[in-house]
Ligand binder design. Structure first.
Ligand code: UDP
Length: 330
């Protein structure tokens, strides 16, 4: 197949690109390198089958030619993270909503066969039930979550109205190599690995008993590829590990000292995907255990050498907007 991966230089997108190349597909990566890194695409197998197009997905004219003869589109490009989305909601709307419509239109006009959208479990907000099913109420609590949710609605609209063969996959706490952020205070693995390398304590939020459905990136990528290869359409499906793990357990696996920082408002105490639907429809389930995935992260820890090292004071500063705006809607 000829595949197009938006955000292919990012964390999950680069793993997906690698897998597609390994499977013998041709891949076009579309990335503006705002948060994606060129080095994420270094040393990939079958690199002669890879084409990299540097363009912003919001620029229809620029991205249009890249969709020529494309069979499968994986729309992974997005601005991520909570804090910057509170500070720059317009940029998030641009990248995650306008960007999505632009990619949908390019896909439709080129008659692509399959479209898979990278959706976020943040649409559930603080869920009432665990594991959380796809029909749980949508309660986005910050602009990032809202823009990803609206993006998903656009995808489903294009499926119904224009007949685009599309599926949306809602990811839960994905972790794996190459998940480094450049400056923003982001996902916990990157924060903790940089702290470990610097010999600093892990900044554990609250008492560390909160749990997350940590899903290893190769499992996530497998769900995306299986979805594209199937004939499912119009479905919205969770992708999760099948379990949920506490931050204290993560600390135990990583090994190191701990410093406690205040619990953040609007944060769920648990995320846990109900994956019955994707198991039923695609016979997919995660195979990499949390312990095994964490060992892989430790083996690759050098990647986080250049990552910012956070401490309670800098986190306090970086999350000021979080405490200011997200406390009210509890
Ligand atoms: N977390 C933590 N210390 C940090 C950053 C995060 O203990 O410095 C915890 C946080 O409370 C949450 C989990 O790690 O329970 C995952 O946080 P992340 O920001 O990666 O994802 P999300 O909160 O969006 O699920």
């Amino acid at each position: 197949m000829k595949c197009l991966v938006t955000g292919g230089a990012g964390f999950i997108g680069s793993h997906l690109t690698e897998r597609l190349l390994e499977d013998g597909h041709k891949v076009v990566v579309l990335d503006n390198f705002s948060t994606g890194r060129p080095e994420n695409l270094d040393n990939l197998p079958f690199a002669d089958q890879l084409m990299i197009v540097e363009a912003d997905i919001q620029n229809q004219d620029l991205i249009m030619p890249a969709f020529k003869d494309v069979d499968w589109v994986f729309h992974m490009a997005a601005l991520a993270d909570i804090v910057p989305s509170i500070e720059q909601p317009l940029a998030y709307h641009g990248a995650n909503v306008n960007g999505t419509i632009s990619v949908l239109e390019a896909s439709r006009r080129h008659g692509v066969k399959r479209f898979v959208y990278a959706a976020s479990s943040s649409c559930y907000g603080i869920p009432e039930f665990f594991p959380t099913r796809e029909d749980a109420p949508m309660r986005p609590r910050y602009p990032y979550a809202l823009t990803k949710m609206i993006g998903e609605q656009y995808v489903m609209h294009w499926e119904r109205v224009f007949g685009l063969s599309a599926v949306s996959l809602r990811m839960f706490n994905v972790f794996g190599p190459r998940s480094r952020t450049s400056g923003t205070y982001g996902a916990v693995f990157g924060v903790f690995l940089a702290q470990k390398l610097a010999g600093k304590p892990f900044t554990v939020v609250g008492d560390g008993t909160q749990t997350r459905d940590f899903t290893f990136v190769t499992d996530v990528v497998d769900a995306f590829v299986s979805t594209a290869a199937s004939n499912l359409r119009g479905e919205i499906m969770n992708i999760g590990s099948g379990n949920t793990y506490s931050i204290n357990f993560l600390v135990e696996l990583l090994g190191g000292d701990v410093v406690y920082i205040p619990k953040r408002p609007g944060e769920p105490d648990c995320t846990f995907a109900d994956t019955t639907l994707i198991k039923e429809k695609l016979n997919w389930s995660a195979i990499v255990s949390f312990e095994e995935g964490t060992q892989t992260m430790l083996k690759n820890i050098e990647y986080w050498r250049e990552a910012p090292v956070w401490c309670p004071a800098t986190i306090g500063e970086a999350t000021r907007g979080w405490f200011k705006y997200l406390g009210e809607n509890d």
